[in-house]
Design a protein around this ligand. Structure first.
Ligand SMILES: CC[C@H](C(=O)O)C(=O)SCCNC(=O)CCNC(=O)[C@H](O)C(C)(C)COP(=O)(O)OP(=O)(O)OC[C@H]1O[C@@H](n2cnc3c(N)ncnc32)[C@H](O)[C@@H]1OP(=O)(O)O
Length: 311
């Protein structure tokens, strides 16, 4: 009798979970569930500790009209290097973006003409006992950033070094100011990459180039970075630094954010899911789930009625 009761309770539990998962389905929620770098209680404990290392902020502006958000690193006196508090800020900004229904794109940049010079060395000095925890926290945030259902771009101005270069690889694309410089200098600082760059660079450029970038600590000019395949676009030399954000927005909007927000989110989520799921049938199932959301919908009907020619 007890066994039957347990069986019934288990079945009810499973049915409730299935029902809930159907109700809350979205491409992003499916991808988030699939990926969890570290468990929540651990994250909360690390967050509390990181928060104590003050200085700087990470701010977010979302534009409902264009669907383009701008996330800004604010610690200009220290070339936007990241304090513990900024790491927590960034995690919160990414959580906000995960819930942004109308989003298409994201630009990440630094204030004062520099992207980011890595970890704040004052923070690093004080957190020498804390590398594993900080890396786990950054892995969680930057993986979530990388997997946002938005097309993301890092706008690289001035210096992008160490952890800053790692952060840039968590974006889908990198646009570089013509005079900017980028380098994975961690090895020169006596460490290896700890914010996910090794893993992402291997996916992005292959093991050969990833090894070259990480073992040499070479700092690249914009032209060299383009040649390496590390950046996707160099902004015109003629632009003033203050004009570069607008130009980057134009580049992102016209190339990758021109279509409906739901479609863009569907495309990005499917790409992320597929990259992370080695099993082709599971990946194809996810692709079908996203596809059938749109098939026969108003966007498809409008496109068919417009008799579009792709010349
Ligand atoms: C996990 C993270 C990983 C790690 O630490 O393990 C890393 O990120 S490794 C990389 C760490 N970053 C660095 O080593 C950068 C060292 N700084 C520089 O190379 C230069 O400062 C540079 C190239 C970023 C900027 O050079 P520039 O001539 O333009 O200016 P200054 O050198 O005068 O710098 C201005 C001001 O900023 C302070 N600064 C710059 N970067 C950092 C940083 N990462 N942490 C703390 N402070 C930084 C610099 O000390 C100057 O301050 P001041 O009070 O005027 O001396």
């Amino acid at each position: 009798m007890i066994k039957i009761n347990i069986l019934i309770a288990t079945l009810i539990n499973m049915a409730t979970r299935l029902f809930k998962s159907i109700l809350t389905w979205s491409p992003q929620s499916s991808v988030s569930r699939f990926l969890s770098v570290i468990n929540q209680p651990d994250l909360l404990a690390i967050r509390k500790d990181l928060q104590k290392f003050e200085g700087g902020s990470v701010d977010l502006h979302t534009d409902e009209e264009t669907g383009i958000a701008v996330m800004t690193l604010n610690n200009p006196e220290k070339r936007n290097s990241l304090t513990g508090k900024m790491m927590v800020d960034m995690a919160d900004r990414v959580s906000q973006l995960e819930k942004w229904a109308n989003g298409r794109g994201l630009i990440v940049l630094g204030t004062g003409g520099h992207f980011c010079s890595g970890g704040d060395l004052t923070f690093v000095q004080k957190a020498l006992h804390y590398g594993g925890e900080m890396a786990a926290f950054q892995h969680d945030t930057l993986t979530r950033l990388h997997n946002l259902p938005l097309v993301s771009v890092a706008l690289l101005q001035g210096h992008t070094l160490g952890g800053g270069a790692e952060l840039s690889t968590a974006c889908d694309f990198r646009v570089m100011s013509s005079t900017a410089r980028i380098g994975f200098v961690q090895i020169k600082m006596g460490v290896t990459a700890g914010w996910g760059a090794t893993t992402r660079l291997v996916h992005l450029l292959g093991r050969h180039k990833a090894l070259g970038l990480l073992s040499s600590a070479k700092v690249f000019s914009a032209e060299e970075a383009l040649g390496e395949g590390l950046v996707d676009h160099i902004l015109p030399y003629s632009l003033a630094q203050s004009e570069e954000l607008d130009e980057c927005k134009k580049w992102l909007s016209s190339n990758y954010c021109a279509y409906d927000a739901d479609l863009i989110q569907g495309v990005k989520s499917s790409v992320v899911y597929s990259e992370l799921n080695p099993d082709i049938n599971t990946s194809l199932k996810f692709e079908r789930e996203v596809f059938t959301k749109f098939w026969g919908g108003p966007l498809q009907k409008a496109a068919l009625a417009a008799k579009i020619k792709h010349k």
